[in-house]
Structure formats: structure tokens, C-alpha cells
Design a protein. Sequence first.
Lengths: 239, 230, 241
Amino acid sequence: MVRGLTYQYRPGGPFILKNINFQAARGEIVVVAGLSGCGKSTLCFCLCGAIRHNRDGVLAGEVLINGKNVRELRAAGLALEVGMVFQDPDTQLFSPTVEDEIAFAPENLCLPPDRIRERVEHVLELLGIAALREANPYRLSGGEKHLVALASVLALDPPVLLLDEVMSGLDGAGRKKVAAVLERLRGAGKTIIAVEHDLEAVDFADRLMVMEKGALLRYDRAETLLADRDFMGEKLWHS
Amino acid sequence: MAFLELNRVSFAYPKRGRSALTEIDLALGRDEITAIVGPNGSGKTTLTKLMIGVLQPSGGQILLDGRPLAGYSLGEIGRRVGYVFQNPDLQLFCGTVAEEIGFGLTNRGYKPEMVEERVQFYLDYFELGSYRHVFPLHLSRGEKQRLAIAAVLANEPLFLILDEPTTGLDAYRKKLLADYLQKIARLGRGMILVSHDEPFVGRMAERVVTLKDGRIQSDSGRKGNTAHES
Amino acid sequence: MNLDPRTKMVMVVCLSGLALLYNTPGQLLLVFAVTVALLMIFHFELGVIRDYLKPFLSLMLFLLVIQCVFSPGGKVLVAAGPVPLITAGGLSTGVSAVLRIMTVAAAAMLFTTFSSRDFILGLVQWKVPYELAFMVSIALRFLPVFRDELGNVVTAVQLRGVELKKVPWREKMALYRRLFFPVVYGTMLKARQLAVSMEARGFRVYPRRTYLRRLNLLGADIAVMLVCLVSTIMLIALHFT
């Protein structure tokens, strides 16, 4: 649940996020859409705590995840609640093999080795990348890197998942894979918030949020908004 | 005559053992828009890097404008062929957006007023005007993408290669890009689009080359020729 | 022979230590020879070693000349009039410096025989705080990233139509200077994004971490480490008596 969230890059500067309010329940997939530069990614950073803890700027308002205020949770303690996959896989992958990369998160959480092994195997299979187990992430193709980045966050098994433009980096087959995974996660009660440009790739979404210049324009059930072709046309496609 | 010709080109990454590309035969002209499609890892980006001279083929030969590619320096290739990388971060290196767009022209000795005119045009067309003095790496992914494309286009190359140009672009900007590319194609600049984006490809490309596992699976052929499958 | 990375680290430290200790070309040549022999035992071919040391060649030549000219001593071999250019002492110092660098660089090749994961595991199992181990490992991992960044920028600049070879020196320097800042800043931004991503995955939530794998010191490891340490200590003692 997000209440009255506002954000400025620096005090007195332009508001990057203006009074965002919304709620997302367990087992829901929310897609955030809007033109480039409208603040979608910034919103995600606020939700996962990256902005509160790692960047400067003035943040006001509250973000509550599972009833807990994000600001009161310790920096990386948020990792247990929220997992975020960033837009550029190259700046997220650093381990010598894919397996190590996926093991990174559960290792941080101090899980015993056999549980770590379980999680790694589970995620490798879930995304169908078991064949890449020993590969060096740096040398994979663009789409494969995106899958590995997603895998490394799924290993956290967080109740809330934030995805920044994950579909854009994938081809048709990759998108199908990820779509299937997201639907499975939804069934397991996870909350997924995905920022996407290509709304067709996430047509299984429950709710849709449209942003413009930092403000939340509309937040509604996906079918309702998509059916409103005038609004969508004007706000997203300028047609 | 073909502007860019690949004859039996093969390539294998030295550390990876297996072949990334095998026996590629392709002839592309300045009068067509070609799309290269195929699943992840089929060798699309590798193929374009060979075309631009960043990688050297392990077998076969590439000809640019009739001369072997190996005989050109990267700078000479850059003046003829504009390449937009998949990841915009790899090709933005100036201190401000305006500088980035004007870089190629300034270095070719164009007068500052002319450069300014062109820079202004591209800033306006790609709606980056408000970012004129911003450091390029501070922009969002989509904005960086537009900037990279603008910077390459500003150079007015004879031929363009765009690797996944629509990643990070919203529907509206994709349309803008498609319009612009079609406009310059009509002015006689051939281009290659590597893309997963089927609607974009469908709208833009007259010729579609499909790659799979490093080989050409199908090529819908040059204008006027019948398509062939290999 | 699969040795624990920690054993290899001990070997590198011993060899580098001896290289820094000794001063004469004779002794240093021996240390260098031992290093190369060791590398060959680890399946490094002479050709590979030579290719690895090649980029250092210009630096080494430069060093040789500087040392020769600026630390004269002993018999004068070549003189330009009254000024001694190459002396026996200078030559000896120069050759020593070169051998020293080659030994340390070659010894470092041992680091390429194991992954950064094992490097971190090794250090952590020896009670080094994991933050430190990661810091070193990622710094090492970022070196090729930085080199790639530079390479990318050089390629990108050329692809924008700039003929680097034809640009006169002064302009080229000005160009590099202008590009330096965005490249460094760009790398720093990437480093920061990596940090955010690591924290988002729980890095440093707890003061300890568990690990998927463990390293085990076998009998061979202990034996080799003991041999290295004992012989190094003996050699150091001998040197000072």
C-alpha cells in the first residue's frame, strides 16, 4: 500500500513523483504504464527502498508493505519483503557462473546449504535455464542475461516482486516463459508490480496503472482501462 | 550493386569453441529496409558486429561498397554505416546531450552554426530538448535509447544498423521512430533492423532475414526477387 | 592436481616476497625461473605466458633504460663523452627491476586458475570479513569492465566517424581528456547500480553469510603450503646472514 508518496530529486527541485496513492493485494499483478520519463522506474525504486537508503533527494509519504513501513525497515532487510529486477542486466550480474549468481541471494539470507541448493535448482528449472548453470553471465546473450537477473531475484522468494521493463529484453519464447512464471507466482499469492511499455506482453495483468509526469492518472482493473480506448490512445499512444 | 555483401562468412568466439555464425551469404542494398530476426542467441548481434567491423570473421569475406571491409578503418566505416548498439550505455560518451548529438559533425569540421542547427533539429524531433545540458548517462533507458539513435542519425550515414532500437521505447515513440526511419529510407539510406518486436518489424521491413543457430533459415529476398528458403 | 585457492595465494605471496627481497639479477632470474616452472606445472604453456607478459614489454623496456641511466655504478660500459650512459651497476639494477616485475606479474597468473567465488570462499574460510573479500573480488572483476568501457568508448568514438589515427597528437590528447570524465563517471554509476542490486538481494543484511559450497584443505594443500612457507622463511633468513 502506498500513501501520499511524493519525491523530489533535491529539495526545491521539480517533483518527480506527485502524491501517489494506491493499493495492491496479494496475488495480484499490477502493470505500470506511461510514457518514458513519467516516473515509473522512480516509483519502483521507492517501493524497494533503493531511494530511501541509497540515494539523496526528498522523499515524503509512506510505503507500507505487508503492514510494515518501508522506511523503518533496515536497508537490506527489505530484501526479505521486496525483490526488484532492474532494467539493465549488465549492472546486476557479477558472479563467475549463473549458479553462483542465483545462490547469491539465499547465501545472503544465511540459509543452510541444502536449502540454498534447493532454491537454486528450483529457480533454474522454473525459468528453463538449467543448461546455463555453469555459464559466465557476462558472456550470455541479452535475453539470457535478463532471465538470469530475474532468476537471481526469484531466489529470494519475496512476497512482492518489482520488475522494471523485463519483457522488453526478451524475445517471444522468453516472454512466454516469464509470463508463465509470473502467473504461477500470482497463484502462489505473490504481489507483482511490473513496469512495461508493451502492454500486450502483460495482458494477463489484473490491474493497470497509468502515470504521466509523476502523477498517477488512473488505477483500475486492467480490462476496464484497456477497454477505454480513448483514454489509452491519448495517454499512451498519442493517437 | 549491393552496398554490403557477406560471402560465406563464419565466426566463432575464440573462447567459446562452438561457432556463432556459419556460412552466411547476404547482399544488402542502400534501397531496402531489412529486418534480421531470430530467437535469443541465434547470432543476430554478432552478425551486425561483423558488418560494422568490430569483430573479424573467422571465415569468408565482407565487402562494403565493393571494397573488403578489412581494408577500412573503423572511422571510415563509421562515416558510411551508422550503428546503434543494443545497450545505449555503450555508445554515449559526451558530457551533455547536445554535445553527444553534435559530436560526429563537429569532428568532421562542420561550422558551429550548422552543427547547432542539426542538433536543435534532432533535439526537437526526438523530444530531448529539455535535456540539452544533461549528462547522457543520467537519462532514463528510453531517453538514452533516443539519444543514441539521434547521435548516430545526426552523422547522416549512408546505411544504418539498429540493434533492438525499440527496447525501452513506448508505443508513441516507437511510432515516431518508425516514421523517421521510413522518411530517411525514402531518401536512399538502406538499413538493417535487428528486432524481436514483431509489429515494428512488420511495419518497417520489406525484407526479413531469419537467423537460427547461426545460420540463415530464411530470407524473404530483395525487392523484385522471389523469396528462397535455405 | 587441484589445489585449494588458498594454497595458490600462499604461493603467489611467497614468490612475490622473494622477488621483492632479492637484488641481484642472478637471484631474481632463479626466482623467475621457479615461477615459470610452477606455472608450467599448472598447465600454463610457455607461449601463453609469453603472450601474457608481452603488453608489459614497453613498460619494462622503459624501466630498464631509466634504471640504467639513473642508478649508475661500477664499470662504465658505454659513455657519451664524459657522461657515463650505461654502467655495469646500472645495467644490473635495470635487469633486476625488469625481472622483479615479470616475476610478480607471472605469479599473478595463478589467480586466473580459480574463480572469484573460490577466492571469496577461501578468504572467508580464513576468517577474513566477507565484506572485505567481496570488495577485493568485485574490484578485480571491475578491472575488465573498466577496460571494456574504455574499449567501447574508443570504438563508439570511431564509429561516429572520427579517424583516430589521423588526429594530431594535441587534439587526440584533448579528446581523451574530454572523454575521460564521462567514462570514469559512467563506470562509477554502474558500480553504484551494482551495489543497489546487491543490497536489494540481501547483501549485508546479516553479519555472516552461508555458502553453497565449501573449500576443503587436503593433505596436498597443507604439504605444499608448508614447503613454500618453510623454504621462503629459510631463504629470507639466509639472505640476512
